[in-house]
Ligand binder design. Structure first.
Ligand code: URA
Length: 243
């Protein structure tokens, strides 16, 4: 029988993303065979050890990893539930995808469309969202203006927003999907970042759509549709960074 690190056990059992699990172990909420776990690297035997979280047994039934790519329509919240009863991205999935612990990887604004991943895999979420990995996210933008050379340079080099200067970005003029007239690739994930970058130059973003995360492309997936990613696509998403 093989042992695995406690952290991996907890993440694969669906108890949260790595950072949350590490924090829970550090504050003593996890016990192995009745003894408080001292380190998240400690080896555990999934079939033999009794792991508890806040005193409740953790069941580890090698849950299938699911990764869905959704083309998010307008007016859906990127959360798993809303206390004001508004529709979330999970509400548009068929019933068979409920109760599997799926949640969105990162977030898109209510008024943004496009590529959103949903998964029950905390490790994948960590690798795709932690700033350390600098995953490139490409957005199509519609503004009612043409950027000057200086404005494009500014966006690319970094603009000073309320929460600090933005990291280098890539900006291109595009015409393949009207009404979008620019594409911008950023490597950060700050709140409403793209809208705020354009607002900094005095432009209102009229429509915003994410089309790529790393080398995962939305392609021709219709708005409101989703598809399950293959093992190869997931592996490739994990391999590359900084694109
Ligand atoms: N930047 C934004 O302004 N909004 C999003 O939804 C994503 C990136």
């Amino acid at each position: 029988m093989e042992s695995i690190p406690l952290l991996r056990y907890m993440v694969e059992a669906g108890l949260g993303a790595r950072r949350q699990v590490v924090a829970a172990i550090k504050v003593g909420r996890v016990a192995v065979n009745g003894k408080q776990a001292e380190s998240y690297t400690m080896p555990v035997y999934p079939q033999a050890d009794r792991i508890t979280f806040d005193g409740k047994p953790v069941s580890f039934h090698a849950r299938a990893r699911i990764v869905l790519m959704l083309n998010k329509p307008l007016n859906l919240l990127t959360t798993t539930s809303d206390d004001r009863g508004r529709q979330t991205v999970l509400d548009i999935l068929p019933a068979e995808y409920r109760g599997l612990g799926l949640y969105p990887v990162g977030r898109l604004d209510h008024d943004t469309t496009g590529l959103l991943l949903l998964t029950n895999d905390g490790n994948l979420t960590y690798r795709l969202t932690h700033p350390r990995f600098e995953l490139g996210k490409e957005y199509l933008v519609h503004i009612e203006a043409t950027l000057s050379r200086q404005e494009k340079d500014l966006l690319e080099k970094g603009v000073l927003l309320d929460d600090g200067a933005t990291a280098p970005a890539g900006v291109k003029e595009v015409n393949y999907e009207p009404p979008y007239n620019y594409s911008i690739t950023i490597h950060e994930g700050r709140n409403r970042q793209v809208r705020r970058m354009f607002a900094h130059l005095g432009y209102t973003v009229k429509a915003l759509k994410r089309v790529r995360m790393g080398n995962l492309r939305l392609g021709d997936l219709a708005e409101g549709s989703f598809r399950r990613l293959s093992v190869q696509e997931i592996a490739s998403a994990l391999r590359q960074h900084k694109q």
